[in-house]
Structure formats: C-alpha cells, structure tokens
Ligand binder design. Structure first.
Ligand SMILES: O=C(O)CCC(=O)C(=O)O
Length: 289
C-alpha cells in the first residue's frame, strides 16, 4: 500500500480504493458478527435504536437496510475501526490524530436493497474543518449488478451543492440535473476492499435487483481537531472515539461552507430524509411493483 499515492488520489479524484486491505480472517469475523446482529431483528415491528428497516419490512420477514452505529453495538466493529492498515491509509489523508465520527452498515440486500439518491456527506455532517474521510469496507464482492456505490470523480472540488428542496426543506439529496451523472464510476472490488472518499464527493447507489447482497461497513473518520457542528458533542464521547492520537481541546476552524440539514420533512437517517423526494434518479422497489 503506497499511502502517499492514496492520499494524492484522494486529493485529486476525491476518493481512493485499496484492494485486500482486510484479509480472510477479518472478513470471516465481520461476516459472522454481522449475521449474528441481523438475526436479532427477527420480530421487530419497525425501526429501532439499532436497525433501520426497508419500507417492505414486516416482523416475520425482517428487511433491514442499515445497522446503525455498529461500533456501539459490538466491540468487534470498534476494534476494526482501529485496524492498523486502515488507520495508516486514513492518517496519510487526515494527519496523525483521528476520531471516528460515525459508523453504519448499509446492507443493500439481494432483490430489494434500497437505492440512495445523489448526495454529498458534508451536507449531513458539517464540522469546523473539512478534514474528513469516509471509509467503506466491502463485506461482499461488489459488482456492477448489486448496487455499487457510484461516485463522480473530481466532484469534491465543486463545493457544497444544495440538498434542500424548492420549499426550503432538507431533502438529503441533490437535484440530478445539477450534476454530471454520466461521469459516475462504480466502486467495485472483492470483499476486503476499502474505499475512502472526501465529504464533498457526489455519490449515490441504485436499488439492488441482483441475487447478491452488498454489505458496506462505513467508518466515517475526522481529523481530531474537526468538531462536529450537527450535534452537541460531550467530551467523554469525543475522547472515547479517538482512534489515533491524544485528546486535545484545541479545535481548527476553517472557512467551510455549511448549510445545516434542517428543517426536515422526515427526520432520521438519509433514507428517511430522501423518502420525501418528489423526483428521484434511481428506481425504487415501489416503482418496480
Ligand atoms: O450504501 C451506499 O451505497 C451509499 C451509502 C451512502 O452514501 C450513505 O449512507 O450516506
């Protein structure tokens, strides 16, 4: 792994990709744990503290689209957020002191895994500076057919694009007419591949109509001196999420563009925010039925 090249590609294209970062043993661990966590969703009536569910979810036929904050659900996910090879790549991009801002597993199940409309993560997670890198660990093979993340190379240099609709509501998505969707490329790879993307990189993903699941474990990293603006961070929580470096109350302010993700028609995850969209780019399961 040439971390200097990775950091350069991240700066240039807004993302980089590292094949084989996680090996067979780590993947087996993560696979078993993730299946074990999902098994706990049997019988749940709807969304919970841990699970975000598809619209077609029922208690007898659980359809989970996301495991929320897995690093709080099981220590295994926290330990892999601190995986040395992963941190080495993140530190090459963000510097030595790193904090895990957030984590999630987007499951994108075979046949019905939800699409996500085009967006920039920065619109959801403004900080005092923009030194953030969003890591995605492929827990399954990701191919053209099972809903890969689609990214628009270089789009991180366009600045923040509006994620509010014409009535002023935060829609959690960009009007597709405002971006060059034809320039998008899929992030593909065998299990264990990791991608890191810039918080302003425009990306989205389609409905999974294939017979293959596509689980992505996201670790959102921030430089330790980037303070989240979107929620009231408590110091113990802040220090408890450091994955490299030591606590330092000195925060770096930079002239970043911020538009708060408020007000929302439907609160909750990006799936909820986007459910109120009048116009969609990606087909949904409902549209197929
Ligand atoms: O799971 C995906 O395909 C995209 C994930 C994403 O962009 C998000 O959760 O914000």
């Amino acid at each position: 792994m040439n971390t200097r090249q990775l950091a350069e590609q991240f700066r240039e294209d807004g993302f980089c990709r590292i094949e084989g970062l996680f090996g067979a043993a780590e993947l087996a661990d993560l696979d078993a744990k993730t299946r074990d966590v999902i098994a706990r969703a049997q019988g749940i009536p709807g969304e919970t503290e841990i699970f975000d569910v598809e619209d077609s979810h029922t208690p007898d036929d659980p359809r989970i689209r996301r495991i929320k904050r897995p690093h709080e659900v099981d220590p295994l996910y926290w330990s892999y957020a601190c995986f040395p090879k992963l941190l080495e790549a993140v530190q090459a991009i963000l510097g030595p002191d790193i904090r895990l801002h957030h984590s999630k597993i987007n499951l994108k199940s075979a046949r019905f895994g939800s699409p996500l409309e085009w967006h920039q993560d920065w619109a959801f997670i403004p900080h005092t500076n923009m030194d953030l890198a969003i890591g995605a660990v492929m827990l399954d093979e990701v191919d053209e057919g099972n809903g890969p993340m689609l990214v628009i190379p270089g789009s991180h240099r366009t600045g923040l694009i509006d994620h509010h609709d014409e009535d002023g509501w935060f829609a959690g998505a960009i009007d597709p007419d405002r971006i060059d969707t034809a320039a998008a490329v899929p992030l593909l790879g065998p299990p264990g591949t990791v991608t890191l993307h810039h918080p302003l990189l425009v990306h989205g993903s389609a409905l999974n109509t294939s017979t293959r699941e596509r689980r992505l474990l996201f670790y959102e990293y921030a430089a330790a001196d980037a303070w989240p603006l979107i929620y009231g961070v408590q110091w113990p929580e802040y220090t408890g999420r450091l994955v490299a470096g030591s606590p330092n109350p000195r925060i770096r302010m930079e002239p970043v563009e911020v538009k708060m993700p408020h007000p929302v028609r439907k609160a909750g995850s990006i799936y909820n925010n986007q459910s109120a969209l009048k116009r969609r780019f990606f087909e949904t399961l409902n549209a197929q039925a």
